[in-house]
Design a protein around this ligand. Structure first.
Ligand SMILES: Nc1ncnc2c1ncn2[C@@H]1O[C@H](COP(=O)(O)OP(=O)(O)OP(=O)(O)O)[C@@H](O)[C@H]1O
Ligand SMILES: [Mg+2]
Length: 310
């Protein structure tokens, strides 16, 4: 395995707030790593440090095997960055935006025009050539941001919430574009609050809490840390009765935002589940496979394990 990015023990404080508290993460070349965690946990701070827009108080970052030195050109040439807040110039047309960033990232003058034309074509931006970036819809704006981040053919792509505020179809288009980049071997580090997106795009996921990585692994590895084979959601006028019955059955009980979930310790048919809950005034039952969302709630969410207090 070749390491593209090695982050060790990052600390960062803003005033009284200790935002990063020993954050470490490794990204292998060719991997798509998702950095997930609650609002304000420090994801963008980590990305800004990697992209040299912020300096850490302590800790090291190695990029493609070389220690990162503040203000060196190495990070600028290796990394393509799509920030959470758009970096595009709203008054410039798509090709002007790409041209501007091509110059900023040091793309040789002789290659710039061809590179811009190629990205405009590849990202389907031809029909929007005469639309200023500030007037593009959310999905097209994100596409242009992605094109801009790729203009200098970076080895590592850093995407901070690449599909935030775009509609379902535009999100799927962006997923396909990111999958294409992944399949052509680009290393990608992305943040997202969309768990299904991370499950689909990422081969590794780091879950962040209290300024560091609380759990890290492939999606199946993280899912396997949920103590259940399936998640049973139950509607009942008597939640206490459901929870007591689950306890008798030895099924762990979780509460997220007032909703009760039961974790099935082994496979049971739908009929067997309904029969097992007999007598607890159940009006609806759904059974779903364990997803990354369940792993997130289990490992870093504000969830409550009700099993011990029943
Ligand atoms: N330049 C800054 N000055 C002061 N505080 C900051 C600065 N940048 C970030 N913070 C604070 O640091 C914390 C972490 O912010 P950050 O943007 O890294 O979180 P995040 O995980 O990306 O959140 P979100 O999911 O909402 O994007 C927040 O409380 C934020 O207010
Ligand atoms: Mg952020």
């Amino acid at each position: 395995m070749t390491v593209a990015l090695q982050i060790d023990g990052l600390f960062k404080r803003f005033g009284e707030q200790q935002v990063l508290n020993g954050f470490s993460l490794q990204v292998a070349r060719g991997d798509v790593v998702g950095l997930l965690g609650p609002n304000g946990c420090g994801k963008s701070t980590v990305l800004n440090i990697i992209c040299q827009l912020l300096q850490a108080d302590a800790g090291q970052v190695q990029l493609m095997g070389r220690p990162m030195i503040q203000h060196s050109a190495h990070a600028r040439t290796c990394i393509g960055y799509c920030p959470q807040q758009s970096a595009l110039y709203p008054d410039l047309f798509p090709q002007e935006n790409i041209q501007f960033f091509a110059r900023l990232y040091g793309v040789p003058a002789a290659q710039r025009n061809a590179r811009v034309a190629e990205l405009i074509e590849r990202f389907g931006l031809v029909p929007y050539a005469a639309t200023r970036a500030g007037l593009l819809s959310g999905g097209w704006h994100q596409r242009l941001s992605l094109a801009v981040a790729l203009v200098h053919r970076p080895e590592l792509l850093v995407l901070d919430e690449p599909t935030v505020a775009v509609d379902v179809e535009a999100r799927m288009d962006l997923w396909r574009l990111i999958e294409g980049l992944r399949d052509s071997g680009t290393t990608i580090l992305l943040t997202s609050h969309h768990l299904a997106e991370a499950q689909r795009l990422c081969n590794r996921v780091a879950l962040m809490r209290n300024g560091k990585v609380a759990a890290e692994g492939s999606v199946p590895e993280l899912i396997s840390r949920v103590p259940g084979q399936a998640v049973v959601k139950v509607q009942s006028v008597d939640k206490q009765a459901v929870m007591h019955r689950a306890l008798e059955l030895g099924w762990p009980v979780r509460q997220h935002a007032g909703e009760i979930s039961l974790l099935l310790p082994h496979h049971l048919s739908f009929r067997e589940i309904v029969d097992a809950l007999e007598g607890s005034k159940v009006s609806a039952v759904s059974v779903d496979p364990v997803t990354l969302e369940d792993a997130y709630l289990e490992l870093v969410g504000d969830s409550y394990d009700l099993t011990p207090i029943l």
